[in-house]
Design a protein around this ligand. Structure first.
Ligand code: HEC
Length: 115
């Protein structure tokens, strides 16, 4: 199924940034793009037992560990979660950008550490 999130098609033309209020971010890493390329294979489908993005129950216990711990697990690996999503070329900053909540503008919730 496609088209759930608008904006996936915008990546071809550079600068398809969210453009919302991310002025504090300071970098222009395309976190959503990294997510779509690397993380989505497991985290959109639940492959290998990955917690699915948007599945509140799957993330509830994990979020309690705090964003820093979860980010650390995503960078260094955690059980079936491969280090850096299996892509060693990703920097820490890129991992954070990929993991930072994104693509849900208008959702109204700030979901620290939860996809
Ligand atoms: C090959 C499949 C796969 C890919 C690709 C993948 N993940 Fe995961 N991820 C998993 C699995 C499986 C778990 C659950 C691990 C567990 O709880 O035992 C997980 C868990 C996580 C967690 C929670 C860790 C915790 O402590 O509960 C985070 C955060 C995460 N992944 C981030 C990412 C990010 C960011 C990317 C992309 C850069 C990514 N993952 C790509 C399979 C994957």
């Amino acid at each position: 199924m496609q088209g759930e999130d608008c904006g996936t098609a915008a990546s071809a033309s550079a600068g398809g940034d969210s453009g919302s209020d991310s002025s504090g971010g300071g970098d222009d890493i395309d976190g959503a793009g990294i997510y779509n390329n690397v993380c989505m294979a497991c985290h959109e489908t639940g492959a290998a037992g990955a917690p699915i993005r948007g599945d509140e129950a799957a993330w509830a216990d994990r979020v309690e560990q705090g964003f820093a711990t979860l980010l650390d697990h995503s960078i260094n690996g955690f059980n079936a979660m491969p280090a850096r999503g299996g892509n060693p070329n990703l920097s820490d900053a890129e991992m954070e950008a990929a993991y930072r909540p994104h693509g849900r503008a208008g959702d109204g919730r700030s979901r620290a550490g939860r996809w």
